[in-house]
Design a protein around this ligand. Structure first.
Ligand code: ZN
Length: 370
């Protein structure tokens, strides 16, 4: 299989040349040594906002309060938050392919394995891996806390133990070596980040190389990792493991009541698609993203930085149709994920200083609508 894989890669690389010519972007050359990577964690605990006047919500905030989904997705241009930007999927993929092309050019005599090893060395640098691992552990602790603080009625103690065990055994797999992704070699140049339950009770999260190049924002990484991690305890995964959680049933009924999912999707459950697992994972990830933004609050220099951090948390979901297909039933529409699950979270709205937060419809919880 050596030659076909190599040929396929080459043709993809050359096809990328066309994309490079047709896409205008200004940040390409700064990807690898970007200064926008996360440099430090903020101290824990939220503090009062530094300058009340400077943080007064400008128009941009009003827009996001009035139509959250539109504000996040209508502009294709990137916004910068204090930790970085979120570029379009295609830019990350083109950049990864350009790297591939560069290595081929520099080392024409190398075989496919050598080229792949060099590619992962350049993308999955020790610094990037360390930062991602830190975010990953931070997210894991936060999800564990969410589970722990639920009432006995919503999640009984024995179930909490099982859920905790599942969360604690997931491994974030990051190359090198290349062999780590041997069953998915194209992942090095893709934006995909995914959770997978493998044989032998092994649970892994894998991160595409292009994602590391395109999503520099810590807020986006937090949301993305939290979403993937949540799949290990989502209603479909637990149903398959014969674990019943009363709080999940309340949560799903509430999603249906709020029209986040149809009666049909509710009835079909986990049999035909993972829709339920996706909506659940977005909901958990929203809580974790809220905590990330709260943690950063004292560091925002103005309200716009806060708004941009909120936007970047879910910015990449705007283009989900390009990777799951426009008529997919596997994921809720981007409008529901961004506008409803994320955008109507009361704490997000409070952080954005949206008016009339208390008058909104309520938000789904493990205890039902609140
Ligand atoms: Zn998912």
């Amino acid at each position: 299989m050596h030659f076909p894989k190599y040929t396929a890669r080459l043709s993809v690389v050359f096809a990328s040349l066309f994309l490079i010519c047709s896409i205008t972007y200004k940040h390409l050359s700064t990807f690898l040594d970007s200064k926008t990577d996360i440099k430090s964690r903020v101290p824990s605990g939220s503090q009062p906002l530094a300058n009340e006047d400077a943080l007064k919500p400008p128009n941009k905030s009003e827009q996001i309060c009035n139509n959250f989904y539109q504000s996040v997705c209508k502009n294709t241009e990137e916004v910068s938050d204090p930790t970085g930007i979120v570029q379009s999927d295609i830019k990350g993929e083109v950049e990864a392919l350009r790297l591939y092309e560069m290595i081929l050019h520099e080392h024409p005599a190398w075989n496919n394995e050598q080229v792949d090893e060099e590619l992962v060395k350049r993308i999955y640098t020790p610094r990037r891996k360390k930062m991602l691992m830190e975010s990953y552990e931070w997210v894991r602790k936060r999800i564990l806390l969410i589970i722990e603080k639920q009432s006995e009625r919503a999640i009984p103690t024995q179930v909490k133990k099982e859920i905790t065990k599942r969360l604690e055994t997931i491994v974030l797999e990051l190359p090198p070596p290349v062999s780590l992704y041997s069953n998915e070699p194209d992942l090095f140049t893709k934006n995909d980040v995914y959770y997978e339950s493998l044989a032998g009770n092994r649970k892994v999260i894998r991160v595409g190389g292009a994602y590391l190049l395109s999503a520099k924002s810590w807020f986006n990484r937090v949301f993305t990792l939290a979403h993937e991690m949540s799949h290990s305890i989502d209603p479909c995964e637990l149903e398959a493991a014969n674990i019943r959680v009363p709080g999940y049933e309340k949560l799903l009924s509430c999603f249906q009541e709020q029209n986040h999912m149809s009666q049909e999707q509710f009835k079909v459950g986990c049999n035909k698609s993972n829709f339920i697992g996706e909506i659940f994972s977005d909901w958990i990830a929203t809580h974790i993203a809220v905590q990330a933004i709260e943690l950063y609050t004292s560091k925002f220099k103005n309200h716009e930085e806060l708004v941009n951090s909120v936007i970047n948390s879910v910015k990449d979901l705007c283009s989900q149709e390009s990777w799951i297909g426009s008529k997919s039933d596997s994921h809720p529409e981007a409008k529901v994920r961004i506008g409803n699950i994320f955008g109507t979270n009361p704490r997000i709205q409070e952080l954005l200083s949206c008016p009339n937060v208390s008058k909104k419809n309520g938000y789904c919880t493990f205890e039902g609508k609140r």
